[in-house]
Design a protein around this ligand. Structure first.
Ligand code: FAD
Length: 416
């Protein structure tokens, strides 16, 4: 039996960061995953460390959008009809949680995390020798219509309120910044404070290497083997049984698979998304991520090529991939930027772990002593990993968390 203070279940960006921060508090920590570090959702995201994520991805309220989504005509979202009965209650909760008041609540809570996300990443990146992956170029939201730009007023008002910098660009100004882009539409907005990385998986693995280099253990095992033993929590791994006083559940979209057994279940949906890499044509270069807002996709330069990431697919978490949006978006993206050959044999499919109010759960598990929850980071999990890891480590150590955890309490969803 390997005896530790803290077992962290799930080695994505969230669990790996929690492991590092618990270790920094002097705890002996084992990080457990059934796969390698950072090989699920933290592998294929867009690598944005977002300062300006202040508006939740909500339920479409306008009739035209509802029809487009309903008929599965949108490139921004896609759904499996067969999954609707299961997903509808979650969509209903999403609708209620992302009304005008919900957006204000979301912004107030998420801003407390966003504010610390870049500095927290940079601290870990420096210690892990991963700084070269980070870029300080900001990112750009591109608007195709005046209506789209007008709808961004909520984001801009919130950015003004929280003192986040942004700059309106004409298409000519954008072209000057990104000479190989062929921007279409009515304008763009540059968010200079946001940073991005050129290899999300590499950053997660570098943080895990730092953890191991400092004496931490990474073990392969199934989190669902967790049980209470005489010495606290026990989980089975390929290296043998590991015991710990505390356990942190950072299993992303799989968190309910374990929590179910402890009479805890949360309205956690998997908002699926795809990516594909393309070689740039000729000498074409892209310097920063560009989000084509109304078409609902993003292109960003990665070590492997230009990564195109899609918006949301609502489906059963484990249903086979249906990369319809990606196929529809290829010609749209090619018109925006000269994309050459596809680099990947197959599109990558990832699953954003999403609660209806768009906020994560960070804190103690209700009614389960010494169990801590850190999941549900949805569209911002790569961004929030390091700061949420710090908060969990502070809470486990009996310190007052440096950010008020009230908006992130599990109890907001009640017990089962
Ligand atoms: C297309 C796309 C683009 C995105 N872009 C961004 C972005 O630009 N910026 C951003 O901040 N976020 C982005 N996200 C969201 C972000 O990727 C996620 O929020 C984040 O990766 C979640 O991290 P996690 O550690 O919670 O989950 P994961 O990375 O999924 O980690 C969970 C881990 O749990 C393990 N696990 C599951 N079940 C078990 C089990 N039974 N036993 C043991 N281990 C288990 C898995 O193997 C996995 O390693 C994007 C997501 C997608 C899909």
């Amino acid at each position: 039996m390997i005896s530790t203070d803290v077992i962290v279940l799930g080695a994505g960006m969230v669990g790996t960061s929690a492991a590092l921060h618990c270790q920094a508090k002097g705890k002996r920590v084992t990080l457990v995953d059934r796969r390698g570090v950072g090989e699920e959702t933290s592998y294929g995201n867009a690598g944005i460390v977002e300062r300006d994520g202040l508006v939740p991805v909500g339920f479409p309220r306008e009739i035209g959008a509802l029809i487009r989504y309903g008929l599965n005509l949108s490139t921004a979202a896609h759904y499996h009809l067969s999954a609707l009965p299961k997903i509808l209650p979650w969509l209903w909760q999403l609708r209620a949680a992302t009304d005008a008041a919900g957006i204000i609540r979301f912004a107030a809570a998420v801003e407390t995390l966003n504010r610390h996300s870049i500095p927290e990443h940079r601290i870990l990146a420096k210690a892990a020798g991963a700084e070269a992956f980070f870029r300080e170029t900001g990112w750009v939201r591109l608007y195709r219509s005046h209506k789209g730009l007008a709808e961004a007023a909520t984001l801009h008002d919130l950015a003004d309120q929280y003192g986040i910098e942004y700059r309106h660009l004409t298409l000519a100004e954008l072209k000057e910044m990104e000479p190989d882009l062929n921007p279409v539409g009515v304008g763009a907005v540059l968010w200079p404070e946001t940073q991005s990385v050129s290899w999300p998986e590499g950053v997660t693995k570098a943080y895990a290497d730092l953890f191991v280099g400092q004496g931490g253990t990474v073990a392969r095992g199934d989190a669902r083997s967790l049980r209470r033993g005489a010495e606290g929590w026990v989980v089975s791994t390929e290296a043998g049984e590991v015991s710990g006083t505390h356990v942190v559940v950072a299993l992303g979209p799989w968190s309910n698979d374990l929590l179910d057994r402890f009479d805890l279940k949360f309205p956690l949906a998997a908002k699926r998304g795809y990516h594909m890499h393309f070689a740039p044509k000729g000498e074409a270069t892209l310097r920063r991520p560009i989000v084509d807002i109304e078409k609902g996709y993003l292109i960003t330069p990665m070590l492997k090529g230009i990564r195109l990431t899609t918006g949301i697919e609502l489906a059963e978490r484990d249903a086979p991939p249906t990369p319809v949006q990606l196929e529809r978006l290829k010609p749209v993206a090619r018109a925006l930027f000269p994309l050459g050959a596809e680099v990947d044999a197959e599109p990558w499919l990832g699953k954003r772990p999403a609660l209806p109010d768009g906020l994560p759960i960070i804190g103690p598990a209700p009614g389960v002593p010494d169990m801590w929850l850190d999941f549900g980071h949805a569209h911002l999990g790569f961004t929030h990993g390091p700061i949420s890891g710090r908060l969990i480590a502070e809470a486990i150590s009996g310190e007052k968390p440096s950010i008020d955890l009230t908006p992130f309490r599990a109890e907001r969803f009640g017990r089962r």
